[in-house]
Design a protein around this ligand. Structure first.
Ligand SMILES: *Cc1c(COP(=O)(O)O)cnc(C)c1O
Length: 392
């Protein structure tokens, strides 16, 4: 069975060009960058330092700013949220966070809350957008951190990161942004946008799983972070553990490719997304878009089909890899993002999240429209969907 993959916000295939830079780092150039008394380690170290530069450049971090390599955005988010609190000696006990953050931000924040922090959740409007003025109102004298993502992983909604950065700067509060879904899809520039800490992940941008980074606006020694992994003291003591050199090189190559191809890829992917929604609206009665396409990245489409539970539909379209909710919660978990946007339970239960990506074609889109139209029509002929018969 040919399968069509349109779940690119859950993960992506690794691009062949990324694999090409990784392979020699598994085979011939397998050195440990911390073991640089010999040439193997020195070359590995040089590779890692080169990639730090590539990443700084891509995210608009200043020269010499810290890039802490991690196992992914989950670890980056934990490191910044818990590490900042711990470094601060739990002195400033207030955090501002949007309600639509990824669980890897919300859970560490919840951990701080269980250790005496006050948390002000910033709500979103029905489009899923955070209001920078609401962020400003939420700030208190002892606010330690503002955490708002750049692009939401369920709806593709772009947040006004630059404006939130301005608020953070004017109030003297640190700003963390989870940009896992944003790199190469929208402009991200830490210096211009006033971002102090930026989380990224390789596997969302055609790089390998298990690799990411926390980018800093300052040098590593000025990071104000307590490490969450203790050991050999790698990454200036901020994150112990032998560096994943192939993954790190793959992350940098993946980001480079995203940036290089963004101009034409974003237009191509947007056209596919527009074709998908137009086709679904034409062939499937009662389709609603969750969030607004106006505020979304090109490949994102989150819809609900009236009266069709996503689990029921997904079971019938196993040839199409699309999500009913965020990948991490499992298919039965209800979307906290859609609920935060004020959508009703029925609408949330029938939500489908499409993430269109690099390897999708027009033929994929046309097949998806046809398959969904026919399966929805079939489900709607089933007795449970017939109107109840009133007894005379
Ligand atoms: C995928 C994702 C994460 C988690 O990244 P991992 O590298 O899988 O740990 C965090 N935030 C957002 C917005 C994501 O999409």
């Amino acid at each position: 069975m040919r399968q069509i993959y349109v779940d690119h916000f859950a993960t992506t295939a690794v691009d062949e060009r990324v694999i090409a830079v990784m392979l020699p780092l598994f085979r011939e150039e397998f050195g440990n960058p911390a073991s640089d008394g010999h040439a193997y380690g020195q070359r590995a170290r040089a590779t890692v330092e080169l990639t730090r530069g590539v990443i700084r450049e891509a995210v608009g971090a200043p020269d010499g700013a810290g890039v802490i390599f991690t196992s992914g955005a989950t670890e980056s988010n934990n490191l910044i949220i818990r590490g900042l609190g711990e470094f601060d000696g739990y002195a400033r006990r207030h955090i501002v966070v949007s309600t639509v953050e990824h669980k890897s931000v919300l859970e560490p924040v919840r951990w701080l809350a269980s250790h005496g922090y006050r948390v002000t959740p910033v709500h979103v409007d029905s489009n899923g957008v955070v209001d920078p003025a609401a962020v400003k109102r939420a700030i208190q004298p002892d606010t330690l951190l503002i955490s708002v993502m750049a692009v939401n992983n369920e709806t593709g909604t772009i947040q006004p990161v630059r404006e939130i950065g301005e608020v953070a700067k004017s109030c003297g509060v640190a700003f963390h942004c989870d940009a896992s879904q944003a790199i190469g899809k929208i402009p991200i520039h830490m210096q211009q946008f006033g971002i102090d800490y930026l989380s990224i992940s390789a596997h969302k941008v055609y790089g390998p799983k298990g690799t990411g980074a926390l980018c800093l606006a300052t040098s590593q020694s000025d990071a104000h972070l307590a490490p969450q992994e203790l050991g050999g003291g790698q990454e200036a003591g901020l994150r112990s553990g032998t560096l994943n050199v192939p993954g790190i090189a793959g992350l940098a190559r993946a980001i480079q490719l995203m940036e290089e191809e963004a101009p034409h890829e974003n237009a191509r992917i947007r056209a596919l997304r527009d074709r998908l929604i137009a086709g679904l609206e034409a062939h499937v009665p009662d389709v609603s878009v969750n969030g607004s396409l106006e505020y979304a990245i090109p490949g994102a489409l989150n819809i609900s089909i009236g009266g069709i539970r996503s689990t029921a539909l997904l079971a019938r379209i196993q040839d199409i890899a699309v999500s009913g909710a965020a990948a991490c919660g499992g298919q039965s978990a209800k979307s906290h993002v859609l609920l935060a946007m004020g959508l009703g339970r029925d609408r949330v239960r029938s939500a489908l999240r499409f993430g269109i990506g690099r390897f999708n074609t027009i033929e994929d889109i046309d097949t998806i429209i046809e398959r969904i139209a026919s399966e929805v029509a079939w489900i709607r002929t089933q007795p449970v969907f017939a109107p109840p018969q009133l007894e005379q």
